[in-house]
Design a protein around this ligand. Structure first.
Ligand SMILES: *[C@@H]1O[C@H](CO)[C@@H](O)[C@H](O)[C@H]1NC(C)=O
Length: 670
C-alpha cells in the first residue's frame, strides 16, 4: 500500500509542473470578439441593423509567431481549448464603417475564403438552415471585417469564416403549433390541478370528523373511482405523497439511496454547469486550462464515474421490484407459461415507460418552445441550438434511442443516460426472467453475463481503438459534444455501461438472499472493515485516471489502456454495489444515519425532475451573456448554486403537477 501512495503522490506533484507560457499565450488572438449587442440593436437611426455571429478558423502559417503559439497550445487538446476556433459577434453597421476607407485590392486580401471543412461548425450550419440567405448576403462583409480586425490588432493571421446566424432588431416571436401545444398542455394541467384541489377541499369540509386530523384526510383514499381519478391531481394530496415515508421493510432499509441520488445529482449539475460556462464565453480560458493540468482536473475528468451510481441504483431497484412481483405470483402457480412471462414483461416496460416519459416529454416540449428573451450574441448558438435539435429529434428521446441515433443534433443531451438505462432495463428484465424460469442455472447465467459485460468494454476499447477514459475536453464541451466519437461510442453506449447496471442487479439479488436468511452483515467484523475501506479506496480510484489523463506526449499502451477502460467503471460499480448492500445491512455508523435524514426523502424524489431540467436552467442564464465572463471559483459556484436551486424548484412543480399525478394514476391501473 505504501509504495502505491508514494508513487501516486509523486505523479500528482509531477503533473503540477506543466507551465503555460503566458507570453506565448497572449500572442494568440482572444477566443471571443463580441461587439456591443444592445447598442447594435438599439441605436438604429432609422435604418435596420444586423448583428451576425460568425465562426472563424485561423489558417496555418508557420512564419507567424501567433500561429506557432496557437499550434503549440492547442496541441494539448485534452486540457486546452482549440485556439484556432474564434467566435465573432459583428455589428454589420460597425463593420461597414471600419472597412469604408479600404480599396478593392485591400478588401480582396481580407477574404481568405469560406469555412466549409469544419464538421462541428457544419452541424450548427445545418441546424440554422433558415439562415442560408443571411449567410450568403453577409459572408463577404463579415469575412473582411473580422480579418481586418485581426490585422489591425497586430496578428498577421488570416481566418476562414462562416456566418452562423444574424439577428435583426425588432424580431417578434410567432407562436406556432409547438408553442400552442405547450401552452394548451400547461393550461390543461392547471385546470386539472385546481379542479382536483377544489374537490378535495369540499370532500374534507363534508367529512366533519373531529377525530380525523387535517392531514389524515389527504392520506386516505377516496371512495369512488371518479373521485380517485380527480383527486390524483389534488395539490395538497400530492404534497403529502411527496413527503410520504417509505413503506415496508425494504423501503426503510434502502432509504439512504435518496441521499446518494441527491449528492450524485449535485455532482452532475456541478459538472454540467461548468460545461455550459465553457459553451458560453469565457474571458480567461487560460485558468480552466491550467486547472485541468492539476489533480483537481483529474477529479473533474474522472468525476464522470458519478453516473455509474445511477446505473447501479437503477439495476438494484428493478431487481427488487421484480423479486417482489415474482414472489407474490409464485405462490399461485407452480411454473409459469411463456405467456405469463410475456405479459409481465410488457407490463413492467409499459409502466416504467409511462412513469419516466410523461415528465420527460413535458420537458422536451418545453425545450422546443420559442419565447421572448433578452437575446444576446450567443443566445441562438447556445439556446436555440437546443430548441432546433429538440424540434427535430424529440422522437429519438421518446424512443430512448438517442444515444446512438442522430447523435450530432442531440436534444437534452443528458438524455443519453435515460436511453442507456432503458436499454439496460429491458435486457436485465429478460435476464431476470430467464434466471427465474431456469432457476437451477441462474447462478451460472448471471456469472456468464457479468463476465461478458466486464470483458466487453476491454475488447471494444482494444478493437476500436478508443481512448481508455472519456475525456470531456474543453473544446468538446464548447462544441456541445458534437462529433465526439469517444462520447458517443465509448461513454454513452449501453454496451459499455451494462456491466455497471448488472452490478446493481446482482447487489439486489445478494441483498435479497441476505434478507431471506436473516443474515446480519453488521456483526461481521471483516465486512465492516471492508466497507469502511471502500471509502478511501474509492477516492484513490478516482485518481487512477491521473497518469492516463495527464500523460502528455506518449499514448498509453493499447492493451493496458483497454484493461483500464474495462475496469474503471465496472470496478467502481462493483465497489458501490458492496457499499450499498452493506448500508442496506445497517453498516455505516453515522454515514448511514446522515444518509437516512428525512430531508433527503424529498430531495431524492425530486432528482429525476432536476435531472431532466437542469441543462435548460443552466443555459437560460448563460446564453444571454454579452461579454466573455470571468471564470473563477466564486462565479462558478454562484452559477452552480443557482442551477441547482432552480432545477430542484422546477422539479418540485413538475412533481406536484405532473409526476405524482401520473404515478398515482398508474397505481389505479394496476
Ligand atoms: C515563452 O514564449 C516566448 C514567446 O514565444 C518565448 O520567447 C519564451 O522563450 C518562452 N518561455 C519559455 C520559458 O519557454
Amino acid at each position: 500500500m505504501l509504495p502505491q501512495i508514494v508513487s501516486l503522490a509523486a505523479i500528482l506533484t509531477a503533473a503540477q509542473c506543466f507551465q503555460l507560457n503566458m507570453t506565448q499565450f497572449y500572442e494568440m488572438p482572444q477566443l471571443y470578439d463580441l461587439d456591443d449587442y444592445d447598442r447594435c440593436m438599439q441605436e438604429l437611426d432609422g435604418e435596420t441593423s444586423s448583428y451576425c455571429f460568425v465562426r472563424a478558423q485561423v489558417q496555418p502559417d508557420e512564419s507567424v509567431a501567433a500561429w506557432r503559439a496557437i499550434a503549440e497550445i492547442s496541441r494539448y487538446d485534452r486540457h486546452h481549448f482549440d485556439h484556432r476556433q474564434l467566435y465573432f459577434g459583428l455589428c454589420l453597421r460597425e463593420c461597414e464603417a471600419s472597412l469604408a476607407g479600404l480599396d478593392d485590392a485591400e478588401l480582396e486580401s481580407l477574404l481568405p475564403g469560406l469555412l466549409t471543412e469544419n464538421e462541428k461548425v457544419n452541424v450548427y450550419l445545418g441546424l440554422f438552415a433558415m439562415e442560408a440567405q443571411n449567410r450568403e448576403q453577409h459572408q463577404r462583409l463579415t469575412s473582411a471585417c473580422l480579418n481586418w480586425r485581426l490585422k489591425r490588432r497586430g496578428f498577421s493571421l488570416r481566418a476562414k469564416s462562416v456566418v452562423e446566424y444574424c439577428d435583426e432588431a425588432g424580431r417578434v416571436v410567432q407562436d406556432d403549433a409547438w408553442n400552442l401545444t405547450f401552452y394548451g398542455l400547461l393550461c390543461g394541467l392547471m385546470v386539472l390541478a385546481s379542479l382536483g384541489s377544489l374537490v378535495d377541499l369540499l370532500l374534507k369540509r363534508r367529512r366533519h370528523d373531529k377525530m380525523l386530523k387535517e392531514r389524515d384526510h389527504y392520506k386516505t383514499p377516496p371512495k369512488s373511482l371518479a373521485q380517485q381519478l380527480l383527486l390524483t391531481f389534488s395539490v395538497a394530496r400530492n404534497w403529502y405523497r411527496l413527503n410520504q415515508e417509505p413503506n415496508g421493510k425494504i423501503g426503510r432499509e434502502l432509504r439512504f439511496l435518496d441521499c446518494f441520488k441527491f449528492f450524485s445529482m449535485f455532482m452532475v449539475i456541478f459538472a454540467h454547469t461548468n460545461w455550459v460556462i465553457y459553451e458560453s464565453a469565457i474571458s480567461n480560458p487560460q485558468d480552466p486550462e491550467r486547472l485541468l493540468h492539476t489533480a483537481a482536473g483529474t477529479l473533474l475528468v474522472s468525476g464522470s464515474l458519478i453516473t455509474v451510481t445511477f446505473f447501479v441504483i437503477s439495476g438494484l431497484l428493478l431487481t427488487i421490484n421484480w423479486l417482489a412481483v415474482a414472489r407474490t405470483l409464485q405462490s399461485k402457480a407452480e411454473s409459469w407459461t411463456f405467456l405469463q412471462y410475456a405479459v409481465l414483461f410488457v407490463k413492467f416496460n409499459v409502466f416504467r415507460y409511462i412513469r419516466l416519459t410523461v415528465p420527460y416529454a413535458f420537458v422536451l416540449l418545453l425545450s422546443g418552445v420559442y419565447f421572448d428573451t433578452a437575446g444576446g450574441p450567443l443566445w441562438r448558438h447556445i439556446y436555440e441550438r437546443e430548441q432546433l435539435a429538440c424540434r427535430r429529434n424529440w422522437w429519438t428521446n421518446l424512443l430512448y434511442i438517442n444515444n446512438f441515433v442522430q447523435t450530432d443534433e442531440r436534444c437534452l443531451l443528458q438524455g443519453w443516460y435515460l436511453a442507456a438505462d432503458t436499454q439496460s432495463f429491458v435486457l436485465s428484465l429478460v435476464l431476470l426472467m430467464l434466471g427465474h424460469r431456469f432457476a437451477k442455472w441462474s447462478k451460472q447465467l448471471y456469472a456468464v453475463i457479468l463476465a461478458i459485460f466486464m470483458a466487453l468494454p476491454v475488447l471494444l476499447t482494444y478493437a476500436l481503438d478508443y481512448y481508455p477514459i472519456f475525456v470531456p475536453t474543453p473544446q468538446t464541451q464548447k462544441d456541445s459534444f458534437i462529433g465526439d466519437r469517444q462520447f458517443t461510442e465509448f461513454y454513452t453506449s449501453s454496451l459499455m455501461n451494462f456491466g455497471c447496471y448488472f452490478c446493481g442487479v446482482l447487489a439486489a439479488l445478494v441483498y435479497d438472499q441476505l434478507a431471506l436468511k436473516q443474515y446480519k452483515l453488521r456483526e461481521l467484523r471483516s465486512f465492516q472493515l471492508l466497507w469502511f475501506a471502500l471509502i478511501p479506496v474509492g477516492i484513490l480510484w478516482l485518481f487512477t485516471a491521473h497518469p492516463i489523463f495527464q500523460h502528455y506526449y506518449v499514448a498509453p499502451s493499447a492493451i493496458w489502456g483497454a484493461i483500464y477502460a474495462g475496469l474503471q467503471r465496472n470496478l467502481w460499480a462493483f465497489g458501490l454495489s458492496i457499499f450499498i448492500v452493506g448500508m442496506a445491512g445497517k453498516v455505516g455508523w453515522i454515514f448511514r444515519k446522515f444518509a437516512c435524514l428525512p430531508i433527503f426523502r424529498i430531495l431524492g424524489r425530486l432528482t429525476y425532475g432536476a435531472f431532466i431540467v437542469h441543462l435548460l436552467v443552466a443555459r437560460i442564464v448563460l446564453a444571454t451573456v454579452r461579454e466573455p465572463i470571468y471564470f473563477g471559483t466564486g462565479m462558478m459556484f454562484a452559477f452552480i448554486f443557482f442551477t441547482m436551486t432552480v432545477s430542484y424548484l422546477c422539479s418540485f412543480l413538475l412533481a406536484i403537477f405532473l409526476e405524482l399525478p401520473v404515478s398515482s394514476l398508474l397505481k389505479l391501473m394496476r
